[in-house]
Write a protein that binds this ligand. Sequence first.
Ligand code: ZN
Length: 276
Amino acid sequence: MPELPEVELVARALDKIITNRRIVAAEALRAKLLPDSSPEEFALKLRGALVQSVGRRGKHILVHLDNAQVLIVHLRMSGRFLYLPQEAPLPKFTHAIFYLDNDYRLVFSDQRHFGMMKIVDAVALHETKELRSLAPEPFSEEFTPAYLHSMLRRSRRTLKETLLDQTKVTGLGNIYAAESLFRARVNPFIIAAEFSKRRVPRLHQAIIDVLGESIRHGSTLNVDPENIDGSYYGGEYEGHWRVYDREGEPCPQCKSLIRRIAHGGRSTYFCPRCQR
Ligand SMILES: [Zn+2]
């Protein structure tokens, strides 16, 4: 499942590739991709639109169009974009095709079928169901240690679960929550409200550092336009995970063995010695 850094990198790659391109036509091949509209409306709203920029809010990719509309895309489990010359065969799970004015096609394929697209008026973008309840972006000025503290103070869930809640902190998933807690030397199972205020700044900094590093690492890799996420996603950054998916391996700090505990329906990886 892509987390904030992966979505950021996909959005940047798309921005590089399709900004200032006109969508000559668009086609949704799977109606369920569009929770709010029919394939006909989708085609109608996108036809002839010029892409002005591609950005991100939370894990949503935002394609800003010159017709005062924004295409919102959520990759969910396995959605990916490919940028293909016209003659290239379509991938097996093609759910949407954007025909561009340079005879290339931007193709959305999604093996697990959970991806989502919707088109909204630009003026109402931040009021849409998907975006309105999202917490501040981790790199925004609103995301301060004071914000993090006030948010944790109100949660009776564990720190790990609280960090995964997109209405509390935007963009942390299972991987980067585990990495941030390790970096801050914090026990994932502490009740958020009981977390000492004194330790909040270190956790705050760890979140920013972990997300920032993974984006920087990914952004130094070349983007393969025929595989817009595959050039880094689930690949390169794995080598940098310190605890995630490392059960039984020695902690990079203290050599204790990394543990995994199933928690809230997910696995939590941590060092029992460093993270007390
Ligand atoms: Zn350790």
